[in-house]
Design a protein around this ligand. Structure first.
Ligand code: DX5
Ligand code: ZN
Length: 224
């Protein structure tokens, strides 16, 4: 699996929102390649975070592509608006959308990469059709809603099986993983086939976010 591009995607959920600009500059210096923004509606998940105006401001403040992870009910009503706000990647949960094909197509036609997300208890088989319509799959390795939760260990095998499914279908769908990623487990998830690595508390929950990004990247070097 060598020759792969690994993206480190800090999740701003654990950042200090009163100094978001500085926090982002630090992870840019550390070598982050994507900025992950968690959008929660207090309905699909039991927490409320940020929405379109914040994505719009961030898109003007950073050169990093913004990855909007929509943890909202009826994401099809809003997905395209997140692309218009400046997100280059927009992902929606299979559990939240009865019209996934239409939503993913709307993200692509608006000009962004379309991602499909599965919760820890959602089987990879639920992606068998959607895989053809998505640019990446986001495997949740915690139950969505909060930063700082413990990594669910079975996610490693799930990523491995998903990687085989993608390769078996000769697709180039990338795998993103989100939740509880740290220095201890990042090499394992990359070895299993994940290429876009989200980390919140392991980056923004420590004193030196710049060094934290660099450390996570270094832990993956043998796989690139
Ligand atoms: C959880 C979010 C994650 C979260 C990750 O619902 O989707 O992006 O911020 O935070 P950590 O890395 O602390 O688990
Ligand atoms: Zn997320």
């Amino acid at each position: 699996m060598n020759g792969r591009t690994i993206d480190i995607a800090p999740s701003i959920l654990s950042a200090d929102f009163s100094r978001l600009g500085e926090e982002i500059e630090a992870v840019e210096r550390g070598g982050a390649t994507i900025l992950h923004v968690d959008v929660m509606d207090g309905h699909f998940v039991p927490n409320i975070t940020v929405g379109l105006p914040v994505v719009k401001s961030l898109a003007q403040a950073t050169k990093l592509p913004i990855d909007a992870h929509l943890m909202i009910s009826e994401p099809g009503r809003y997905a395209e608006q997140f692309v218009d706000a400046g997100a280059k990647m927009v992902s929606v949960h299979v559990e939240a959308d009865a019209h996934l094909h239409r939503t993913l197509a709307s993200i692509r036609s608006a000009g962004a990469q379309a991602g499909v997300v599965i919760n820890p208890a959602t089987p990879i088989e639920s992606l068998s059709e959607a895989l053809s319509f998505a640019d990446y799959v986001l495997v949740m390795s915690v139950n969505p809603g909060f930063g700082g939760q413990r990594f669910i260990g079975t996610s490693v095998d799930k990523v491995r099986r998903l990687r085989l499914m993608i390769e078996g279908r000769k697709l180039d769908t990338r795998i993103e993983i989100d939740g509880g990623i740290d220095l201890e487990n990042i090499a394992t998830v990359v070895a299993a086939g994940a290429e876009i690595i989200v980390a919140g508390s392991a980056i923004f929950g420590v004193d030196d976010s710049e060094a934290a990004v660099r450390g996570l990247r270094e832990a993956t070097v043998q796989w690139v």
